[in-house]
Write a protein of this length. Structure first.
Length: 491
């Protein structure tokens, strides 16, 4: 991660925290840390525009731990919760809790984490013992508040983390309910990767004269990642994946599939090929997800299969390969996916499998990157379908951003919904009658295919496909965020 030239010495942190961060090997603060820590130590409200990967957890955890240590009171009697951190996902909650435990290990400040999807017993036991800092996902928090296990009367610092994702995930009412229970007199911090109007209005509703701190993401330029594309038939993808993973040079691989079922199928196919892999997605129990993640982080599992939503917020430092088993339907997601590798000055490799139906998505990625990805010609599963006649069947596509909880369907596998021969007899780009209406501006020029050799990534101009999310973003934000600026970068 890129650091500023400041050292932690200038931030007036107490020795207990300095010791912990030195033990972590942190030498210099990241930009969000340099700018946010003094504000939080000062007791001011903060509106932080920063995303995971910028070091934002330490940016709030360190000054909070310091304030709680200095204010004291945690040694006497049963502790009341003094700091509440609300975050949208279980994975983020666990990561934040780990950070508090790590940075606070010499302070005596006690923290715990509550999230849904698991039994509440261990969580309520920890709460009964008393904690200073509570990290929580909104649903379980409200649940435990309702049962009387959590009281927010003594909260002096409240952090709303990943606020834009909270709203995306439909937590707005929960958040408002939680805020309504907080004491009026408190310090509030809000972190969001983007600043759409609903975040601005949420911020103005509960922040008091906040200091605004905005950092450009800690970005890995896409250029440092060696990227390439494999043209392959859909059914050969699993063989190609096994073929690639048999190479021991692939030290660790995060493999992205479009669906949860797809992730499970890949795990099974790999097992059949003698390769151990684990999947992480919303259908798994929280414990299974955490176990898979821990195994992967610790190097016990070499291959982790994930959907985009499940992979959100997961930060793995030494990842050698990102493999796009399925091409993302939104080009920016490609940039975010591949940014999981090439971290911390390490080189990274991103491999993308592209079947016939995915070629239009590849074209979008090329447009976003400003160049075509190099094609891997030498592999045993090369697609024989020429790059002409490769219009995508838009009607078979599902929207990119669906709530993870919904059961996943693969319409193309259901002949009762799609007469099999229709598929083959009609030109692929011809819309079917039952197709949902889509904006379909006619191309201004040259709709004819450009006869290219099969191995050349397509360069044919084709503006018929509507942009999934308006104008192209130019910088890095979490998956699918739409309001952006800056150049394509990953982080
Ligand atoms: P975060 O944005 O909080 O998820 O942090 C991203 C990663 O950066 C985590 O793995 C942290 O351990 C690491 N990190 C945070 N601050 C620093 C720092 N000052 N120096 C080195 N690594 C850091």
């Amino acid at each position: 991660m890129t650091m500023t030239s400041n050292s932690f010495d200038t931030l007036n942190l107490i020795p207990q925290l300095r010791k912990a961060i030195a033990e972590e090997g942190y030498e210099t603060p990241t930009p969000i840390q340099t700018r946010a820590i003094p504000v939080v130590l000062d007791g001011k409200d903060l509106f932080g525009i920063a995303q995971t990967g910028t070091g934002k957890t330490a940016a709030f955890a360190l000054p909070i731990l310091q304030r709680l240590s200095i204010e004291g009171g945690h040694e006497r009697g049963r502790r009341a919760i003094k700091t509440l951190i609300c975050t949208p996902t279980r994975e983020l909650a666990v990561q934040i809790h780990e950070s508090f435990t790590t940075y606070g290990r010499h302070t005596g400040i006690r923290s715990t984490v509550v999230y849904g999807g698991v039994s509440q017993l261990a969580q309520t036991e920890a709460l009964k013992r008393g904690v200073d800092v509570l990290i929580a996902t909104p649903g379980r928090l409200l649940d435990l508040m309702g049962q009387g296990f959590i009281k927010l009367d003594n909260i002096s610092i409240f952090v709303l983390d990943e606020a834009d994702r909270m709203l995306d995930m439909g937590f707005v009412h929960d958040i408002r309910k939680i805020i309504a229970k907080l004491p009026e007199k408190r310090q509030s911090l809000l972190f969001s990767a983007t600043m759409p109007p609903d975040i601005v209005s949420l911020a103005s509703a509960f922040l008091n004269a906040p200091v605004r701190v905005e950092v450009t993401p800690q970005a890995t330029p896409v250029e440092v990642i060696a990227q390439s594309v494999y043209f392959v038939e859909k059914n050969d993808k699993r063989h190609l994946l096994a073929h690639i993973l048999k190479d021991e040079a692939v030290l660790s691989a995060l493999v992205f599939t479009r669906t949860k079922h797809g992730a499970d199928r890949v795990v099974k196919d790999l097992l059949r090929a003698g390769i151990t892999a684990q999947a992480i997605h919303g259908n798994k129990s929280q414990n299974a997800r955490q176990r898979a993640l821990n195994d992967f982080k610790s190097g016990h599992t070499r291959v982790l299969i994930a959907t985009d939503i499940a992979a959100r917020g997961i930060d793995i430092d030494e990842l050698s390969h990102v493999i796009n088993f399925d091409i993302p339907e939104v080009a920016e997601t490609y940039v975010h996916r591949i940014g999981r590798t090439g971290r911390a000055g390490l080189s990274g490799i991103a491999l993308t499998f592209c079947d016939v139906d995915e070629r239009a998505y590849l074209r979008d990625i090329h447009k976003l990157l400003g160049h075509a990805l190099p094609v891997v010609e030498e592999h045993p599963f090369r697609s024989t379908v020429p790059l002409t006649n490769m219009e995508p069947r838009r009607e078979e596509r599902r929207p990119e951003r669906r709530p993870e909880r919904r059961p996943e369907r693969r319409p193309e596998r259901k002949p009762e919904h799609k007469p099999r021969n229709e598929h083959h007899q009609k030109p692929q780009h011809e819309p079917k009658k039952e197709q949902r209406p889509e904006p379909k501006p006619e191309p201004k020029s040259d709709p004819k295919p450009d006869p290219k050799p099969a191995s050349t990534p397509e360069r044919r101009r084709d503006d018929r496909r509507p942009k999934p999310h308006g104008p192209r973003p130019k910088d890095d934000r979490p998956f699918g965020k739409q309001k952006r600026d800056g150049l394509p970068r990953v982080g």
